[in-house]
Design a protein around this ligand. Sequence first.
Ligand code: ADP
Ligand code: MG
Length: 313
Amino acid sequence: ATPTAVMVATGVGANNGVLIKGGDALERAQMVKYVVFDKTGTLTQGKATVTTAKVFTGMDRGEFLTLVASAEASSEHPLAKAILQYARHFHFFDESSPNSGTQSDAKELKSGWLYDASDFSALPGRGVRCFIDGKLILVGNRKLMVESGINISMEVENFVVELEESAKTGILVAYDDVLTGALGVADPLKREAAVVIEGLQKMGVTPIMVTGDNWRTARAVAKEVGIQDVRAEVMPAGKADVIRSLQNDGSVVAMVGDGINDSPALAAADVGMAIGAGTDIAIEAADYVLMRDNLEDVITAIDLSRKTFSRIR
Ligand code: ADP
Ligand code: MG
């Protein structure tokens, strides 16, 4: 391709919200064999919503939700945002809550009702931990509970398995070393996701899903979207290893992701595509930025490269 063709393609991309960082990135996209998709916020809308919450001890439901929300208050994770929203809604808008109707301005609901949490830490791929009222609280997945020596009863296990089989993420809560409750979080697929996966397959490109979420939820989501190759329970650093193993035989690999977690994988990929508002760090690590947050632009990007480097010479 001539420099002019590259310039034209870059302009066409920009008009479609596909920002291409240089001619090399544009050239590599035509040869992509695998496109690795992050699940949360990439294939899914990233708009997690709590669909169920269950307390397994005698703890009051409102008390439980306040505790969990307080533990998640310092987390940037979409799951944390969903939990806070749910707890806030329970306390201020739910008729069955004693506090209902005490506040009407949504801005006022941001804080004031939460407990103070100390020694907060976000545990990548696991959840969060902190102390409330001097007691340890853990909010996250099975791995977090198992590693912390928390006993998971059959009742809790069954509840979580049922959530996961319906493509939801199960979040467990342990307070003062007791498994207190669990929540189910749903995050719907982007509307165009299944069509884009089918489109890539028709182009001879193999889609793969990689996620930190558990195997059961991952398989359910992959099935819904039409992806056969799934890698689940991958720690943030592990996403880059998945990319490297696919590159082993010389295959050209693209990675599509949105979050901080995805930056190492975006950087490791031959073609890194940051999607959506993304985080600055993901955008920095990527070769492409898909501004419209629409997965169709993955196809647009590959098409643009193929057209620029084969037809237009
Ligand atoms: P993904 O690859 O899907 O974006 P992450 O690596 O961010 O996932 O998280 C993996 C898993 O770790 C989540 O599915 C969840 O079980 C748990 N997790 C991470 N952060 C949190 C949090 N703030 N609260 C509860 N669970 C969390
Ligand atoms: Mg993500």
